[in-house]
Design a protein around this ligand. Structure first.
Ligand SMILES: [Zn+2]
Length: 130
């Protein structure tokens, strides 16, 4: 393992984006195997090559920035999913409205009849049936 350590000296190494690229490669290559679409197996090599390029890159600053951008998108998708899941879970208890002024998402309890909703961020009042 000493040679590997010597090779990796001063290089970026694996990160979350590399792992995601590796997973993308595996998914694409599996897909190409099951569908017998030759183009897919060629396309699947793109994330693999990019993954290795990044791991052996000596431009650590640039790779670090790339990973940060990736993690930004990843977290957006992740928390977007959590939000959707929570909304579906709470559908029986709460109703969701958008503020007509600042389009903030507001959550109000269900089954209270017609109520006046005050937006907590812009103080706009509007009436909705819950
Ligand atoms: Zn508002």
């Amino acid at each position: 393992m000493n040679w590997l350590r010597r090779v990796m000296l001063g290089r970026y190494g694996p990160d979350q984006l590399s792992i995601a690229l590796m997973i993308l490669y595996m998914v694409l290559s599996l897909l190409s195997r099951f569908t017998n679409v030759y183009v897919l197996s060629v396309i699947s090599l793109i994330p693999l090559v990019f993954c290795f390029f990044r791991m052996f890159s000596k431009n650590i600053q640039k790779r670090y920035q790339e990973n940060n951008i990736f993690m930004g998108y990843y977290n957006k998708v992740k928390y977007g999913f959590y939000n959707k899941r929570d909304r579906i879970r709470d559908m029986k208890i709460y109703k969701y409205y958008k503020c007509p002024n600042c389009s903030n998402k507001l959550r109000v309890p269900r089954g209270k009849g017609k109520i006046c909703i005050t937006c907590p961020s812009c103080k706009t009042k509007f009436i909705k049936r819950t």
